[in-house]
Design a protein around this ligand. Structure first.
Ligand code: S3P
Length: 166
């Protein structure tokens, strides 16, 4: 395989779950960009957003992706907003194979409701928030080498398809 595999996609599309299984199937390390940021900062994503704002979080995210993109073979799962910066999109495309996971909005709602760890989805009408964010990000996930809808598919099936297409 040689290169890195980046999992991108909107919140709740299954990046973390698929990433864990994929890394184990390929026998390479797994790095989750958000978890690496949390470890380094010693505070949670909601704490970073509340204290320093989204713009600061995006800087930490780009710095983390830059490090991971320069590292060895690995599965790298990214936050849903990692594609917002053109710099990040270029970097992922150049340094690895990019897989975009998708899911229907109903499925995303089911997966993220009652999760306090996603600051951009707190308060008010959850489905409305998701649709507005997806609209604002339209087209930004399309640079991926492979796109897969995870709705209603088994984990084994999804991971099997990715491994086959590498
Ligand atoms: C975000 C997605 C989150 C996390 C942060 C912002 C986003 O990651 O990076 O809350 O802007 O879409 P997940 O996609 O893993 O939930």
């Amino acid at each position: 395989m040689g290169a890195r595999i980046f999992l991108i996609g909107f919140m709740g599309t299954g990046k973390t779950t698929v990433g864990e299984q994929l890394a184990s199937a390929l026998d390479v390390p797994l790095f989750d960009s958000d978890q690496e940021i949390v470890k380094r900062e010693g505070r949670s994503i909601p704490e970073i957003f509340a204290a320093d704002g989204e713009v600061h979080f995006r800087k930490l995210e780009t710095a983390m992706l830059t490090e991971l993109a320069a590292g060895g073979p690995a599965v790298i799962t990214t936050g849903g907003g990692a594609v917002l910066a053109a710099e990040n999109r270029d970097m992922m495309k150049k340094s690895g194979f990019v897989v975009c996971l998708t899911a229907t909005v109903e499925e995303i709602v089911r997966r993220v409701e009652n999760d306090p760890n996603r600051p951009l989805l707190q308060g008010g009408d959850l489905k409305g928030r998701i649709l507005a964010l997806q609209e604002a990000r339209a087209g930004l996930y399309e640079f991926a080498d492979l796109a897969l809808d995870t709705t209603g598919r088994s984990l084994a099936d999804i991971v099997g398809e990715i491994v086959m297409k590498l």
